[in-house]
Each structure stands twice: as structure tokens, then as C-alpha cells.
Design a binder for this molecule. Structure first.
Ligand code: DC
Length: 227
């Protein structure tokens, strides 16, 4: 389903660690578009809540955080592997929001309707300007239903856990495959069973199963769809 050639608004959804960020970034670079990784917003709210020792079960308090938070995403200020800076006020939280504590708790925060409402409004405002590759879970189904091209990037939980495991080892950090697999499955479960904006392909999405494809094969396939 392509309305424009090349498509101006590209929605890229899929489960955790399916390669959305890599694909989204390469695609955005090639097209000269903005790359917007919306998971960053949910992660930033989770990180603040943990910092403030907020009870994450307290939906009202977490929602208020999401409504008040000043999250900024800027071009990368450092060459340490980051694709962008994530700022909370003056503080650079680009790597903080990737830590295990945030991974383990972000799905709970992302399931709250009020949190989603606050963050969806911000995403829509940016996405509707066009020339954007927006990556998330509900971009094609909720945030930008009018997207010109919708991709749903899938892969088995085992393959995704293996990729995440290799990534962490490559950074020289310790990793346990079994633990990562468990987290991936648990995040999928929460993300796809929540009442509001659950993870699922949009009806008009192109579904790509990347189990037996490498990153450049996926990229070529999607570039082909853009032409
Ligand atoms: O893509 P990620 O791993 O950075 O996303 C972190 C969490 O945020 C993920 O568990 C689900 C949630 N999320 C969401 O619910 N909707 C989005 N558009 C993006 C992320």
C-alpha cells in the first residue's frame, strides 16, 4: 500500500529486537528522512519513574509523569554508537534508558492508556510533517494510520533473543541468552495483550519475516517497496 512515491510517512512496527531500529535508521538515512524511534519516549518515562522510586503500579502517578515530561530527541552529540541524543531537560539519558531495569519495566508503563495518549499526541505531531520513518509498536495501527507505507517486521523470539545477545556481547558486556529470551517473550506477551494499542500488524501492512534474512536483505526488500 503506497500512496506516494517514495512514501513520505513510513510506519515500521514489530516486536522487541526484530531489527526495526537498524532498518529504520538505514532507510531514513538513504531517503534523507527523520528517523524517530518512539520506544525512546516510553523508555524515558520508565527511567524517570524508576529514578523517582515511583510505584509503577500507580497508573495515575505514572500518567502524570508522561504528561509533564520534557523529552527531547536531538542529532547525536557523540560518536559512541548512538543514533541520536535523548535529553530529559539538561540531562543526557541516551544510554540510561537502555539499561536492564528499564527493559524489564517499560512494557508495564507502555500499557497505561493515559501514558499512551500523552506520548501518541507528540508522535503524531512530528509524524504528520512527513518525510519520516517512525518506528514502534502501534505506528501503523494507531499513531499514523494514514502512513504511505506500513511495514511489520517480525522474527521468532529465539532469533530476536540471539541477535540481542550477540549485540550485548559485541559491546563487551556480559549477557545470558536464556534471560534475554525470557525477557523478549515476556515483553511480547505484555505488548500484544494490552487493552490499548496492542502490538499487531495493521491490515494494510507488509509483513516481513526476517528469520532467514540478514539486515541488508531486509533493507533491499523495503527499499524496493519504496520505489
Ligand atoms: O522498541 P523498544 O524496545 O525501545 O520499546 C520499548 C517499549 O515501549 C516496548 O516494550 C513497547 C513500548 N512501545 C510501545 O508500546 N509503543 C511504541 N510505539 C513504541 C514502544
Amino acid at each position: 500500500m503506497t500512496h506516494q512515491n517514495p512514501p513520505s510517512i513510513i510506519a515500521l512496527d514489530g516486536p522487541a529486537a526484530s531489527g526495526k531500529s537498524t532498518l529504520g535508521q538505514t532507510l531514513a538515512n538513504a531517503l534523507g528522512y527523520l528517523f524517530f524511534d518512539t520506544g525512546v519516549l516510553y523508555r524515558a518515562i520508565t527511567w524517570i519513574a524508576l529514578q523517582q522510586h515511583l510505584n509503577l503500579q500507580d497508573e495515575t502517578a505514572v500518567t502524570k509523569l508522561a504528561q509533564d515530561a520534557q523529552i527531547d530527541i536531538r542529532p547525536p552529540s557523540q560518536k559512541d554508537g548512538r543514533a541520536y541524543d535523548v535529553l530529559l531537560g539538561e540531562r543526557d539519558v541516551t544510554w540510561d534508558i537502555r539499561d536492564g531495569q528499564v527493559d524489564a519495566n517499560v512494557s508495564v508503563v507502555a500499557a497505561y492508556a493515559g501514558v499512551r495518549q500523552a506520548l501518541t499526541d507528540q508522535q503524531r505531531r512530528i509524524g504528520m510533517r512527513g518525510k519520516v520513518v517512525m518506528v514502534g509498536r502501534d505506528i501503523g495501527t494507531v499513531v499514523l494510520q494514514e502512513a504511505d507505507l506500513k511495514i511489520y517486521l517480525d522474527a521468532s523470539a529465539e532469533e530476536r533473543a540471539k541477535r540481542r545477545f550477540d549485540e550485548i556481547l559485541a559491546r563487551g558486556e556480559p549477557a545470558q541468552y536464556k534471560e534475554i529470551l525470557h525477557n523478549v517473550i515476556e515483553r511480547d506477551r505484555i505488548d500484544s495483550t494490552r487493552a490499548v494499542a496492542p502490538l499487531r500488524p495493521a491490515q494494510d501492512a507488509v509483513i516481513i519475516d526476517s528469520d532467514k534474512m540478514n539486515a541488508s536483505q531486509v533493507y533491499e526488500l523495503v527499499m524496493g517497496l519504496c520505489k
